[in-house]
Design a protein around this ligand. Structure first.
Ligand code: NCD
Ligand code: ZN
Length: 483
């Protein structure tokens, strides 16, 4: 029973493969960017290169559904080369990039511009198209033009894109639903925030905690509940970005229980920081939605453990130190870089016993791959899958320093934090993009846009006869049958 012999491009020998369920010792043979074989050392084919990873863990590379790479338009903060370099250094092999660039990714014209900018990428990527008040007529073009998902800013944040009214959102959901593409939501309700911020400013509140006062958790919880109703009605598939509060968990869990196709993410800042850090960090901590109470962090940890929250993302949102450090909180740009520090910060929590390495693989790779149609090509280490791998040293300790980050946003609330558990190599489709903690510069351009490998069918649209498009055709004649 001899098989056709082949020469592998690369064999990783001596490591421990981690899946969402278990871990086991196996060598990995890689050929043409794919995992060709897993097995004992003696079963490995001849290889052009053999790399010893004894004592290290082999994780599917992280898949980060939430990064802002700023190009075109804000390249003093980041560009596609620096952003994806940061990803490569952080063990992240696929990123989905947000449309609040300048111009925003609002039609196929800007989508082509974004694809052009992304040609410098070190890692694979998906591209978000915008769903806003003023581009409903562009959505079909964006779908046909090859966006991988949509982003809807229900509330203002960096870029100040006009958040859609519930009316525009409903039509947007109707148009996108049949494509099966997921709509990711910045779930904060604009009108509540605008009202409160104006009242707080008038009262002279300029301190960092005024930021939370303007955006209490009800802002997020109300938005999640409303979006879930629209998703259930239209059959649109949705994703709640950056869950920051305990209050969002109830509408999220309720919607899941009703069968709404909804997923949720949180980010390291909501797990690891809370209101006690505002005095120390000042305006650096400003992010939308805000970092909240310790009790919120605890609830988010629990939701991550029990599956109500599906995944970890970063909301990598780089700004310069000057843009972050402001006396008046309303003037500080919101967000901070995260794509390079997510894996070390979370592996540090694995080291501390807060979650298992297997659970980390589920939330960082498997679940995002499944939710956004990348599974089974990405998100797992199995024969036939793309060889996107983070080789992790769980013994290695580093200290996070903004100056050492590959992002242009050289400021982080995690400055000086010591982390144990470091990705020491990153492979994207079989090629090292980071090796021994060094970026492989020549891999700029190796990253490519993911195709919707598994174009998922839309979940049960319930009210297709009542969509705006259907109603615009003329009156619907009652059939007599009760519905
Ligand atoms: C993000 C940014 O800077 O683009 N900022 C943030 O505070 N999170 C936008 C966003 O994701 O809301
Ligand atoms: Zn956001």
């Amino acid at each position: 029973m001899s098989e056709t012999p082949f020469t592998a491009d690369l064999v990783l020998t001596g490591g421990t493969v981690v899946t969402g369920k278990t871990r086991y010792r196996a060598d990995i043979a890689i050929k043409d960017g794919l995992i060709a074989l897993l097995g004992k050392p003696e079963t490995m084919p001849a290889a052009r290169e053999i790399v010893d990873v004894s004592g290290k863990f082999l994780l599917p590379g992280a898949i980060d559904m939430h990064v802002h790479f700023r190009e075109p338009g804000y390249t003093h903060k980041e560009d596609w080369r620096t952003g994806t370099a940061a990803a490569a250094m952080g063990g992240t092999t696929t990123v989905f990039e947000m449309p609040n660039t300048n111009p925003p990714t609002r039609s196929v014209v800007e989508l082509r511009q974004k694809q052009e900018a992304a040609r410098k990428a070190h890692v694979d990527f998906g591209l978000y198209g915008l769903l806003a008040e003023d581009n409903i007529d562009e959505l079909t073009g964006l779908i046909e033009g090859g966006v991988n998902a949509f982003k809807c800013f229900m509330g203002n944040t960096f870029g100040n894109l006009p958040s859609p009214s519930t009316g525009a959102m409903l039509e947007g959901f109707e148009v996108i639903a049949p494509s099966g593409l997921r709509i990711s939501l910045h779930a904060e309700t604009a009108s509540i925030m605008a009202w409160r911020q104006q009242r707080l400013m008038a009262a002279g509140r300029n301190d960092p905690l005024a930021h939370i006062a303007a955006r209490p958790a009800i802002v997020a919880a109300e938005a999640v509940a409303r979006a879930a109703e629209l998703a259930e009605w239209t059959g649109a598939r949705i994703h709640v970005l950056h869950i920051s509060s305990e209050a969002e968990l109830r509408p999220l869990a309720d919607a899941k229980a009703r069968g709404v196709e909804i997923t949720g993410e949180t980010c390291p800042c909501y797990l690891l920081l809370d209101t006690r850090d505002y005095a120390r960090l000042g305006s650096v901590i400003r992010v939308n939605p805000p970092v909240r109470e310790a009790s919120d962090s605890e609830a988010i940890w629990n939701a991550l453990r029990n599956g109500v929250i599906d995944m970890i993302a970063t909301d990598h949102a780089p700004h310069t130190p000057e843009e972050k450090r402001k006396e008046i909180i309303w003037q500080a740009d919101c967000g901070f870089p995260g794509v390079e520090t997510q894996m070390p910060l979370m592996l540090n929590e694995v080291s501390r016993g807060r979650i298992s390495l297997e659970h980390y693989v589920r939330i960082s790779a498997e679940n995002p791959a499944m939710a956004f149609g990348l599974w089974p090509a990405k998100g797992r280490i199995e024969p036939g899958a793309e060889a996107d791998i983070a080789v992790v040293d769980m013994e290695r300790t580093e200290t996070i320093r903004a100056d050492a980050l590959h992002s242009r946003g050289k400021i982080t609330p995690f400055e000086g934090v010591s982390v144990t558990g470091i990705p020491i190599h990153t492979l994207v489709r079989g090629r090292f993009v980071q090796r021994d903690r060094k970026l492989i510069e020549q891999t700029s351009g190796w990253g490519r846009q993911v195709t919707a490998i598994q174009r998922m069918p839309a979940p049960n649209p319930k009210h297709v006869d009542q969509t705006l498009a259907a109603c615009l055709q003329g009156p619907v004649v009652a059939s007599g049958a009760s519905s």
